[in-house]
Design a protein around this ligand. Structure first.
Ligand code: SF4
Ligand code: SF4
Length: 317
């Protein structure tokens, strides 16, 4: 097996068919473009001897492969029996089949101004060890071909960057992008995902009936409010930033719902219902945050958590 892949993105926009996974800071930065939510997914735990097969590519995982998967899971994911990913994510009507940042000419409207790290990592996967990225590319080459693009090719190509050679990730820019996305996921874990995981543990992660709501191979999407309440607890400034964010999101959701009602599609209805739920959760959370702020200004108890406040302030510039 060659295990060598090249990549050349022509910016055709074919893979920009849904809102991407983002950091909470990126959602704050693009508050008027992306409706935010939390996406919760199951990540399979790998075992030595397990076969991973993509088309004609097959690997039998050894101890070192599984240790590399475990290292990534220990720093980026959450364990409660199974392993789970918890990420911030853009949310929109699937019937639109496009990312809200996809311009009409097929380009990314935020390419130069805060393009999400997830999109910079394409076509690699930060949750897969570098030594197995050729399997990710083999799978995504099939997906890209399905979308009508030949951006991932087996072997070396004169007109494309060599990403993986003989199973080794050789492209420096790709390695850097992967490292940055992994650092961002680690920071997300520190800032809010671990706290949300603990907060949801009893009602979701320790409940088989509730876990059944996570679709196989997909994500359970819930309101972003638990993440906001986590970061809002850091300081009065964080609370004020979250209130601003909530106001923008409620306005964006209202505009999205109004456009959906004009489209009159039956398959949009459950999404509209979920968006109304998001808006209600935001209104309720805003009430809580406003009350807390008012009490603080009254008693002068302005606590601060520098790391979180800086994180949110930078994103809100
Ligand atoms: S489908 Fe391929 S060529 Fe088109 S935008 Fe996505 S990565 Fe680029
Ligand atoms: S943010 Fe830009 S690159 Fe990422 S999915 Fe949307 S349009 Fe594509």
């Amino acid at each position: 097996m060659v295990n060598t892949f090249s990549f050349a993105c022509s910016a055709c926009g074919q893979c920009c068919n849904s809102p991407p996974s983002m950091t909470l800071a990126e959602l704050f930065q693009h508050r008027d473009r992306f409706i935010g939510c939390i996406a919760i997914g199951r990540v399979a735990r790998r075992r030595p001897g397990e076969k991973l097969r993509i088309g004609r590519y097959e690997t039998v995982l050894d101890e070192a492969d599984c240790a590399a998967f475990d290292t990534l899971a220990d720093t980026l994911l959450h364990r409660a029996g199974d392993t789970f990913s918890i990420t911030a994510q853009g949310f929109d009507y699937p019937s639109l089949a496009r990312c809200p940042a996809l311009a009409d000419d097929g380009r990314c409207a935020i390419h130069l101004h805060g393009k999400p790290l997830t999109c910079e990592v394409v076509p690699l996967d930060p949750l897969v060890p570098d030594s197995l990225q050729h399997l990710v590319l083999a799978e995504r080459a099939q997906d890209a071909a399905y979308l009508g693009s030949a951006c991932i090719q087996e072997g070396k190509r004169d007109d494309a960057a060599l990403l993986v050679e003989q199973g080794r990730l050789v492209d420096r820019l790709a390695r850097d992008a992967l490292a940055r996305r992994r650092r961002a996921l680690e920071q997300e874990r520190f800032i809010w995902t671990q706290a949300v995981f603990e907060a949801l543990r009893a009602d979701l992660f320790d409940s088989p009936a509730a876990l059944a709501r996570i679709p196989a191979g997909g994500f359970l999407t819930i309101s972003l409010v638990p993440a906001l309440l986590t970061v809002a607890a850091a300081s009065a400034r964080s609370r004020a930033l979250c209130i601003d964010y909530i106001d923008s999101q409620i306005a964006l959701i209202d505009r999205g719902i109004a456009r959906a009602l004009a489209r009159r599609r039956l398959d949009d209805r459950p999404v509209t219902q979920q968006l109304r739920g998001f808006a209600n959760a935001y209104r309720h959370a805003k009430g809580q945050l406003v009350d807390t702020l008012a009490a603080e200004h009254g008693n002068g108890n302005l606590s601060a958590h520098a790391a979180i406040e800086t994180y949110l302030s930078q994103a809100s510039r």
